[in-house]
Write a protein that binds this ligand. Structure first.
Ligand code: NAD
Ligand code: UFG
Length: 338
């Protein structure tokens, strides 16, 4: 298939592009490079030896979308482009709604105009807010979000449901990611956090590098086994594979299809620190601080639906995720020092 990937030079997008190319799809990437670099294209080429078409531009640029759809015979769109920092979204909600909501509107309008009806949308477990029960399954309530980033994703989910209800030609897949970590095993692509990382794994990697002094563990008084927050960490290549399976399964369908992409298993912050130290043989100094506002105690997926419907199985365990994250971080530091 010819697949348009918005945000395709970003963290999850670039890994999914690798999966798409390895599965013999033709890929057209649109990215404004606001949070990624154009050299990701060369890196993808080094990994799979295949070419892709790249447009530098914004998903809100409707004329550009019209141009792309008219030039390439697109069969499906994977929509990763967006802003993703929870803390930034609290300080800058307008930018977040404008990018995430207007960007998605512009895309879906251009798709309909061009007669392209398959969309895979990057959503998040954050739309579940503070879950009443665990594990979290797809038909649990959504919308009780605690920050503009999460709300922007929830709003787009609602918009897509309304649009799909009004036009039966549309097949919309909403993928709710749990906590993507790790990197491609080549260590040629991975996550590039801007400034001081907000997320646990990028922060741990920078502490391990000696770039940051110590990790702050946000709270050890949660109602969990060791008191620290529990999350469902998933290898980014497993996440990427989920996109291909979802696209293949629903390409000819009509309606909205929602899947959790998580492993179904939660790990605490302390468990992550210990496992990182063990597999990578590096010490992670840490201190315990107050809870971070807006964090939930525990979040992990019921992954059964994606396992059964998409025949999706994760290939990587926690040790693999932590090894790959660290290998990528070291490779990046080596490249920067050359
Ligand atoms: P990322 O920032 O690495 O990638 C997003 C890419 O989109 C970047 O390359 C950026 O330059 C591009 N972009 C942003 N706004 C754009 C616009 N208006 N037009 C064109 N390109 C634009 O983020 P990621 O971690 O790869 O996340 C991908 C998607 O998955 C995002 O929509 C994010 O909200 C969602 N998501 C991410 C996580 C996570 O933990 N990483 C979890 C849940 C959901
Ligand atoms: N944590 C720390 N110290 C840190 C960073 C995080 O203790 O320096 C803890 C958090 O309190 C939490 C866990 O590590 O218990 C994971 O935190 P992350 O910031 O890595 O991830 P979140 O679960 O808060 O959120 C992430 C993304 C969201 C996404 C969500 C679900 O940041 O964008 O996963 O997909 F929506």
């Amino acid at each position: 298939m010819n697949v348009l990937v918005t945000g395709g030079t970003g963290y999850i997008g670039s890994h999914t592009v690798v999966s798409l190319l390895e599965n013999n799809h033709q890929v057209i990437v649109l990215d404004n490079l606001s949070n990624s670099s154009v050299d990701v294209i060369d890196r993808i080429h080094k990994i799979c030896g295949k070419e892709l078409i790249f447009y530098q531009g914004d998903v809100r640029d409707f004329a550009l979308l019209q141009d792309i759809f008219s030039k390439h015979n697109i069969d499906a769109v994977m929509h990763f482009a967006g802003l993703k920092s929870v803390s930034e979204s609290i300080n800058n909600p307008i930018e977040y709604y404008e990018n995430n909501v207007s960007g998605s509107l512009s895309l879906i309008k251009a798709m309909k105009e061009a007669g392209v009806f398959t969309l895979i949308f990057s959503s998040t477990a954050t739309v579940y807010g503070n879950p009443a029960t665990l594990p979290i399954h797809e038909n649990m309530p959504t919308g009780n979000t605690s920050n503009p980033y999460g709300t922007s994703k929830y709003i787009v989910e609602r918009i897509l449901q309304d649009v799909a209800a009004s036009d039966k030609r549309l097949s919309v897949v909403i993928l709710r990611y749990f906590n993507p970590i790790g990197a491609h095993t080549s260590a040629l692509i991975g996550e590039l956090p801007n400034g001081i990382p907000n997320n646990l794994l990028p922060y741990i990697c920078q502490v391990a590098m000696g770039k940051l002094q110590q990790l702050s563990v946000f709270g050890d008084d949660y109602p969990t086994a060791d008191g620290s927050g529990v999350r469902d960490y998933i290898h980014v290549m497993d996440l990427a594979d989920g996109h291909i399976l979802a696209m293949n399964k629903h390409h000819q369908d009509s309606g909205v299809f929602i899947y959790n992409l998580g492993t179904g298993r939660g790990y605490s912050v302390f468990e992550i620190i210990k496992a990182f130290e063990r597999v990578n043989k590096v010490k992670i100094p840490y201190c315990v601080t107050d809870r971070r506002t807006g964090d939930v105690a525990v979040c992990y997926a019921d992954a059964l639906y994606a396992n059964q419907k998409l025949q999706w199985q994760t290939r990587f365990n926690l040790d693999d995720m932590l090894k790959d994250a660290w290998r990528w971080q070291q490779n990046l530091a080596r490249e920067k020092s050359q």
